[in-house]
Design a protein around this ligand. Sequence first.
Ligand code: F6P
Length: 326
Amino acid sequence: MHAINCIGILTSGGDAPGMNAAIRAVTRTALYNGFGVKGIYHGYRGLINNEVETLTTDSVSNIIQRGGTILKTARSKEFETSEGRKTAFDNIQAHGIDALVVIGGDGSLAGARVLAAEYDFPIVGLPGTIDNDLSGTDTTIGYDTALNTITWAVDKIRDTAMSHERLFFIEVMGRNAGFLALNGAVATGAEAAIIPEIATEVDQLAELIQSGFRKSKNSSIVLVAESEVTGGAMGLAERVKREYPEYEVRVTILGHIQRGGSPTAADRILATRMGEAAVNALIEGQRNVMVGIQDDRLVYVPFSKAIRDDKPINRDLLQTIKMLSV
Ligand code: F6P
């Protein structure tokens, strides 16, 4: 295998709080071990457009607490083509980059997997997404911060929901995964979480209404995972208006507020540990793996497993939410 002298780093896809902490950890661990570091701006798009700069220890000063990503990010259609990837790889070589650390979600790691295979090039991934939908890792960088932002926001909505005695559907992100909705519902004491993982098994709305969920309460909060299969908060509100007109319903879509803000301590620690592990993985000769965390231990997960769309939710929590909203 070609010796590694210089490590490139990029962030790709939706940003996530903690990405900067990861960039800092990768950069400084690499410098500590005598490697050069190149930062690639705007993810794969920047790789294609040759937006590459040398990173020094100063480049990553004072960023551990900042949300977003100093390297910027993008979703690149061009990188999905073999011509795009060829240009990207030519630029990798032109800059003397011998290995890449990619921080992003499933689309970003899927891209890394293809590039690594096409050019037999060492890439290590870090799970950077608020969605928590990567397999082989208990949690992802940004998920804890997003969950805390959801909790903060829902607490505020609860005040007005109670005052007006209304039913609120609050839509949270997650793409096709219900982790934010499910755990957000537990953290805020919501009456229910409507999530895509069980959307084809039960009519979650009918079940909620039929359970007589407002027997002892005059307001209700329901967290809804964005997704075509759940219908989203708007879709569910329309259904309530049609099928259960006795309820006064309101919708809040939390949107991109969930992606911003200073990372929590948990996300900073996770990103720092994973960033260090990414460089160690390359030193050990690992390639085409994502760094994950399982039971507080850092692990290497092959890209093929990490991007598999089958990370299980904790179904027991659905029962917990139901029981506690008696
Ligand atoms: O993957 C992160 C995420 O925030 C998803 O939860 C959401 O579906 C998507 O990105 C939104 O993407 P964009 O910012 O491109 O609209």
